[in-house]
Design a protein around this ligand. Structure first.
Ligand SMILES: [Mg+2]
Length: 221
């Protein structure tokens, strides 16, 4: 798939997400989501069953992706636990990318997009222990309500959410994301972990440690 096609597809996903979410998510944004694993599994299974390999999302195998994500978060988890245990009054934060890091965007075209389970578990674990959970996404801020609604609907704690303003849409993504981490630090937080699936989520510093989820050479936005 060419870069242009990938971008077009990615935009289509976001637009589909926005449109359907506006219709269906508004009532559910405040819903209790103690454990939506069965519905998440059902959604993914039905998506898999309904979309043959020829479908766009089938280029990357879901089970392989899940396994690869789990491997990275299995490394992140003990590190985050250790940092929290040794916080000593430090105001800590973790930073998460959204698409294909926090939400299964590539594999679920229609909202609410399910959470990436091990990332959700980690975010909840950290937040329950006083760590700020910040999301920095390249999604435009016109989708702020939809994005926030989706995150909350699937159970994420949201301490802060950064989306690109109009004047930021055409700039360098890595620079934009770095600037937002600087902003989080300016609020007094130490960013103990920055988790994303694209290099542009992670370069630029302003995080004690980065964790790279798979993007399979840019196939996953
Ligand atoms: Mg991403």
């Amino acid at each position: 798939m060419t870069s242009a096609l990938r971008k077009a597809r990615s935009s289509a996903v976001v637009v589909a997400t926005a449109t359907a979410a506006m219709v269906g998510l508004a009532g559910g944004a405040g819903a209790q989501t103690t454990d939506d694993t069965p519905s998440r599994a059902a959604v993914v299974n039905s998506a898999t069953a309904a979309t043959p390999r020829a479908a766009a999302a089938a280029a990357v195998d879901y089970a392989t992706w899940q396994r690869d994500v789990r491997k990275v978060i299995d490394e992140a988890r003990p590190y985050v636990e250790q940092r929290i245990a040794g916080a000593g009054g430090q105001k800590q934060a973790i930073v998460l990318d959204i698409d294909n890091t926090s939400l299964e965007t590539h594999f679920q075209l229609f909202p609410p997009t399910p959470a990436v389970a091990p990332v959700l578990d980690l975010a909840r674990y950290a937040h329950d222990r006083g760590v700020g959970v910040f999301f920095i996404t390249a999604r435009p801020d016109v989708l702020e309500q939809v994005t926030r609604g989706n995150l909350v609907h699937v159970g994420y704690p949201v301490t802060g959410l950064y989306q690109r303003r109009l004047d930021e849409l055409f700039g360098d993504t890595a620079e934009y994301k770095t600037a937002k981490r600087v902003d989080i630090e300016a609020k007094g937080y130490t960013i103990i972990a920055n988790i994303g699936n694209n290099t542009s989520d992670l370069v630029g510093g302003h995080a004690d440690r980065t964790f790279k989820l798979p993007d399979y050479d840019g196939q996953l936005s």
